[in-house]
Design a protein around this ligand. Structure first.
Ligand code: ZN
Length: 298
């Protein structure tokens, strides 16, 4: 039961709606609306927010305003704003724009890595060898994320050993934390328990975060399962924004407000003010719902 020695019991919530959520919204969300929502999230007590992604606009047109978003959000607070990067080019843009933390994603499934990043998992990991020292030289904190940790829509089940191999590469690259992503919402609670037992035993010094999608409406059950095993860092999305390109119309990430509500009800602190969060959720639904009504499930 590692990563659970806090007293009183508490968890860290990482808000990923402005990245994972927005990127799945059809129709352009105006930059100023994104900035407004991110600033509101930052006032609700969330201390970590994934604000955008430095991915080529050709792949994710919705986030083509990444630099502008980073420039316009209120960064004077004690909130860490991160940006996702798919490759070294993304890191260069993040550095240029003064991002303090980047999240480098590698898929445990080769097929999904090729589909999303146009190169094999091994090639992405080779790129990590260049990304890590460059991030360090520029004072940028590097996190790792492992896509398809709980299964792949193209390959089916993904062997635990492949998740461990990618995590080992991240550890060698001295990332501060690794996020295990259930990219398309294939995880179930017993699988979560088994995978985490293996990973906690293998990586006792590496903080592990969990990123669940609610594609099949059991995202929160998976969160609870992970928490019981000792996980204390969770990623979620305001209003349950997000989606799954392999399951059109499916719900997105676990909703931040549901996750915070559950933890508060079982006596676990999040540091987040639920009332402010509900207001953020309402405003997010209003903004996004006007553009893409299918994308609000929170
Ligand atoms: Zn995701």
């Amino acid at each position: 039961m590692r990563q659970s020695e806090h007293f009183p019991d508490s968890v860290t919530v990482i808000e990923v709606g402005p990245r994972d959520g927005f990127q799945n919204v059809k129709g352009e969300i105006p930059t100023e609306e994104k900035v407004k929502i991110i600033n509101l999230l930052a006032t609700s007590g969330l201390k970590r927010i994934e604000a955008t992604s430095f991915t080529h606009p050709k792949w994710i047109p919705q986030l083509k305003d990444a630099a502008e978003v980073i420039r316009c959000i209120n960064r004077g607070s004690d909130v860490v704003f991160s940006a996702l990067i798919p490759n070294e080019k993304g890191l260069d843009r993040a550095i240029e724009n003064g991002v303090e933390e980047v999240v480098f994603v590698v898929s445990a499934s080769d097929a999904l890595n090729r589909e999303n990043f146009n190169q094999s998992t091994a090639e992405s990991l080779a790129e990590l060898a260049a990304i890590s020292p460059k991030a360090k030289r520029n004072g940028v904190r590097l996190r790792g994320a492992i896509a398809a940790s709980f299964g792949c829509p193209l390959e089916g089940s993904v062997a635990v050993e492949r998740v461990i191999d990618v995590a080992k590469a991240f550890q060698k690259a001295e990332v501060c934390e690794v996020s295990l992503a259930d990219t398309t919402g294939m995880a179930h609670p017993l699988q979560v328990r088994d995978l985490l037992c293996r990973l906690f035993a293998e990586f006792s010094d590496l903080p592990l975060a969990l990123h669940f999608h609610d594609t099949r409406r059991i995202g929160l059950v998976n969160v609870y399962s992970a928490w019981q095993i000792g996980a204390r860092i969770f990623e979620s999305s305001i209003a349950g924004l997000g989606g799954c390109p392999y399951a059109p119309g499916a719900p997105g990430n676990v909703a931040t407000e549901s996750l915070v509500y559950m933890f508060h009800r079982i006596g676990v602190e999040t540091g987040v003010d639920l009332e402010s969060l509900m207001e953020c959720s309402r405003i997010t639904k209003e903004v996004v719902g006007g553009i893409d009504p299918d994308r609000c499930h929170g």
